[in-house]
Design a protein around this ligand. Structure first.
Ligand SMILES: [Zn+2]
Length: 351
């Protein structure tokens, strides 16, 4: 296990102390150590593990639901470590299933009802190596010039070299190539970004239909298959309003008609349960993402969710921070609820 310096000389243009972004509400439970401690304290969860991260950290999953669920849903947070919105959604759902209320004390009877039929495999930290080295716990209020790709949050997200320069962003966001990973270049890295595991592998860019260079994703493929999980959902954040995306037909080995039906139903049921009107995204077939890779290999349903991150500029300037955190955690929870309800209306891909 490698310990990284999470406070290198930060090439941050703003008159703003990056260290303040660990100040979050108590119920915003997203830090690596805190989440590990929280998991250790659970008494009703069934624990399992996908395996180990590149840095040797456990890929823990907690299960809540019936012994013989009608459908199963796996939700992963923290795939990109500083996108903590998804971690907050998952830890709040865990607390809800554990104690009857989320970390703020809110009850969700509809969630409790659906968990009598749907089994939830909850993984707050898909990329624990990144979460462990993250210097921040939230994006809320963080300055960023979204048009300037060398600004603010981008340093956190893709990291920087020892000279303070950003790695080639186009390469990192393009389809996987040998040059898009940081493997073999780690001694030149000043701060390893949140898209990578400790081996410098891009966590969410499989290289092909058959192979991901990230050990987390290859182990997850086995785990989803071994547990015959019906649906996979990966949680992220950026600048769109709450967004639900699905892979193209070319990246789906299962019943794409049912995947599309589930997509429509999930959006409708999310809104009906009190959640946001989701923006729908059909992702292209030029790049592989985990939410393409798993359905391509297993024929299961899969989605990517993006919360609207709390960077400056995403919300009206006077929006109280608490309101942003709430929207970030709860919109994700409502979407997971809507998806679980919708899942009962389509056949299991394993039948
Ligand atoms: Zn992301």
């Amino acid at each position: 296990m490698r310990l990284w310096n999470s406070y290198p000389k930060w090439p941050w243009k703003h008159d703003d102390d990056i260290r303040k972004y660990v100040d979050v509400p108590d119920w915003w439970l997203v830090g690596y150590e805190e989440v590990r401690g929280f998991l250790r304290g659970l008494t009703k969860a069934q624990f399992s593990s996908v395996g180990k991260s590149a840095g040797g950290r456990d890929l823990s999953v907690v299960y809540y639901g019936p012994e013989k669920p009608e459908r199963t849903l796996c939700v992963t947070g923290g795939t990109h470590g500083t996108e903590t919105e998804g971690i907050a959604s998952v830890t709040n759902i865990i607390k809800l299933f554990e104690s009857g209320a989320d970390l703020r004390g809110k009850k969700w009877p509809a969630f409790q009802r659906v968990a009598k039929r749907v089994g939830f495999y909850l993984m707050p930290l898909y990329n624990p190596d990144a979460s462990a080295r993250s210097p921040v716990k939230s994006y809320v209020g963080m300055p960023i010039d979204l048009k300037d790709h060398s600004d603010g949050v981008h340093h956190l997200h893709i990291g920087f070299w020892k000279n303070g320069q950003l790695p080639n962003r186009k390469r990192i966001f393009a389809p996987w190539s040998k040059d898009s990973d940081m493997t073999g270049k780690l001694d030149r890295v000043g701060y390893l970004g949140q898209r990578f595991n400790d081996a410098g592998r891009l966590i969410n860019r499989p290289r092909s239909r058959k192979k991901s260079m990230a050990v987390e994703t290859m182990q997850m493929l086995k785990y989803l298959g071994a547990n015959k999980i019906d649906c996979y959902m990966d949680l992220h954040s950026h600048s769109s309003p709450p967004w639900l995306g699905t892979c193209p037909e070319a990246h789906h080995a299962g019943d794409y008609e049912q995947q599309s039906k589930l997509f429509d139903l999930a959006c409708k049921m999310t809104q009906k349960s009190g959640g946001p009107e989701l923006e729908k995204g059909w992702q292209g077939a030029t790049s592989w993402y985990n939410s393409h890779f798993f359905p391509a290999n297993l024929g299961i349903y899969a989605f990517t969710y993006e919360a609207m991150a709390g960077f400056k500029g995403n919300y009206p300037a006077k929006t109280p921070f608490e309101e942003i955190w709430l929207a970030n955690a709860y919109n994700g929870m409502y979407t997971i609820l809507g998806l679980a309800q919708a899942l009962l209306k389509v056949p299991s891909p394993w039948k």
